[in-house]
Design a protein around this ligand. Structure first.
Ligand SMILES: [Zn+2]
Length: 508
């Protein structure tokens, strides 16, 4: 338990508006050439006046409300003064002592189990600076290019209290935050660089270190894990942890000392003279929030009778939740579907540990099987959303429904479908794969199954003995043996029934 670890995060998220925060330039710049989405305002040319994007403020208020913050009725923009090549006007318009919102919290599944509340300090709105492209690597590149397409993209910075106690909790916080922002339709996590994190981390009783500009979800957990080890080693050697800013070098998985931390007063903040104070009192009350991850999780558990863990997984990603729900509804509404084993309220009919665990109901098919296979291939859920994957997946499960293939064969087909996507090969239909691999279930071919059952029982007298002695594993073992013999083509439910019958006969 890393209870002496203290982590707080500052998360910068790009709001998914159509135009920039203070001008009409399009935010859809990623596939275009450098400096093609710029104007006098986002370039900060003399005399250019910022005009606030109403939509961006509305998005920010939605986030603030969803995260239980208090939206301040009057907030203010300030200039944060510093020079950096990606900030050619030498100040960033941000919010300082009067942010948009204060307080609030986000609930995550804590390391100790159960819900844990991570308190928030504030949320403020600011503009993104431009972007530097280092030619060569950061240390030895000959020159850098500046692209101002990103300059002026609306950002919110969400600052947490130091309530997280491990890298894992930090990752859960970010995942939950990402899900919440996507449910609110204000954020697109697929867009490169749409989320950047600064992490404050310390070992209790020591100075804190800020790790700047971590650009991936995995990077946060890696950077924190590295930093904890580094700081503990410093303390173990009897030295002091210096208060400093460090950079995370993602490709090497290490943090590196950057510069001594500048103090807030170094930035010479002052109120932005070209923008009025932001008054939102009547506006904020009118904002209606959509269903958020926690509410959807509770509803999924009730409506589809699925476990807390499944509900958590399925609602932890907006697109995944939609995928599952489309699916689950289809099952609920389609009363003509005869297959009891795929009914939502059914517990798993059978679990076969020898071939890996097989459950057979929809939440398992999505939350365990599909997600498990994706994780194994390090594929994101987004990677299967293009094309007609949903239909193909539904077709695949349809084949199980119609008793054409067994669950085990279906998993094999699913694996091939995902492999084909991963390798960008021509995609086959599930039915095509089934035909090619001859996976059609041995319908009516009970003699094969019967023979296999007899062989399994006769060949494993110990298992028969165990079964008679009431040992729970014996039946599963025998089922596994039969599955092996029938190369997984026998239907587990039917097989289970026949096996039980055969064993009963032997009892006489
Ligand atoms: Zn512009």
């Amino acid at each position: 338990m890393e209870t002496d670890v203290i982590v707080g995060l500052e998360v910068h998220c790009q709001l998914d508006t159509k135009s920039k925060l203070f001008c009409g330039c399009s935010t859809d710049y990623r596939s275009d050439g450098p400096n093609t989405h710029v104007c006098p305002i986002c370039l900060g040319l003399p005399g250019a006046m910022p005009v606030l994007n109403k939509r961006a403020i509305e998005f920010a208020m939605r986030v603030a409300k969803a995260l239980n913050c208090t939206v301040l009725h009057e907030s203010e923009f300030s200039r944060k003064n510093y020079f950096y090549p990606d900030l050619d006007k030498a100040y960033q318009i941000t919010q300082y002592d009067k942010p948009l919102a204060e307080g609030g919290y986000l609930e995550i599944e804590g390391d100790e189990g159960g819900e844990k509340r991570i308190r928030l300090t504030r949320i403020h709105v600011e503009e993104d600076p431009g972007r530097l492209v280092h030619m060569g690597n950061a240390e030895r590149g000959k020159y850098s290019l500046v692209d101002y397409n990103r300059a002026g993209i609306p950002l919110i910075e969400i600052v947490s209290e130091p309530d997280m106690r491990s890298p894992k909790e930090a990752r859960k916080f970010l995942n939950k935050l990402r899900a919440t922002l996507e449910y609110l339709s204000v954020f697109d996590s697929d867009k490169e660089g749409s989320l950047r994190v600064d992490a404050n981390i310390s070992i209790r009783g020591s100075e804190r270190v800020e790790v700047k500009n971590i650009t991936s979800y995995k990077g946060v957990e890696k950077a924190l894990t590295f930093e904890i080890t580094r700081q503990k080693n410093v303390l173990r050697r009897g030295q002091k942890v210096e208060r400093e800013t460090r950079h995370f070098l993602e490709e090497r998985g290490v943090t590196q000392s950057a510069r001594s931390k500048e103090q807030e007063h170094d930035y010479r903040y002052f109120p932005e003279p070209d923008l009025r104070p932001l008054l939102v009192q009547s506006w904020v009350d009118g904002i209606v929030l959509p269903e958020l991850p926690d509410a959807r999780r509770e509803r999924f558990m009730k409506e589809y009778n699925i476990s807390l863990n499944h509900a958590r997984t399925l609602t932890g990603d907006f697109k995944l939740a939609n995928f599952f729900e489309k699916w689950a509804k289809r099952y609920k509404e389609n009363k003509t579907q005869k297959i009891p084993k795929l009914e939502i309220n059914q517990k798993p009919v059978l679990e076969i540990t020898e071939q890996g665990t097989l459950f057979i109901y929809p939440s398992t098919w999505v939350a365990d099987t599909l997600i498990g296979e994706l994780n194994y291939r390090e594929m994101g859920f987004d990677e299967i959303l293009s094309g007609n994957f949903y239909e193909q997946f539904a077709d695949l499960i349809g084949l199980i429904d119609e008793d054409k293939i067994t669950d085990k064969s279906a998993i094999e087909v699913l694996r091939l479908m995902l492999d084909q996507r991963l390798k960008h090969e021509t995609l086959e239909t599930p039915a095509g794969i089934v035909a090619r691999l001859n996976l059609i279930r041995t319908e009516g071919d009970t003699s094969t199954v019967t023979t296999a059952i007899e062989e399994a029982i006769n060949g494993n007298p110990k298992a028969l003995e165990d079964y008679r002695a009431g040992k729970a594993g014996a039946l599963n073992f025998l089922v596994g043996q039969v599955m092996k013999k029938t190369i997984g083509k026998a239907d587990p439910v039917e097989l289970n029934r026949q096996l039980a019958e055969a064993l009963k006969k032997r009892e006489v």
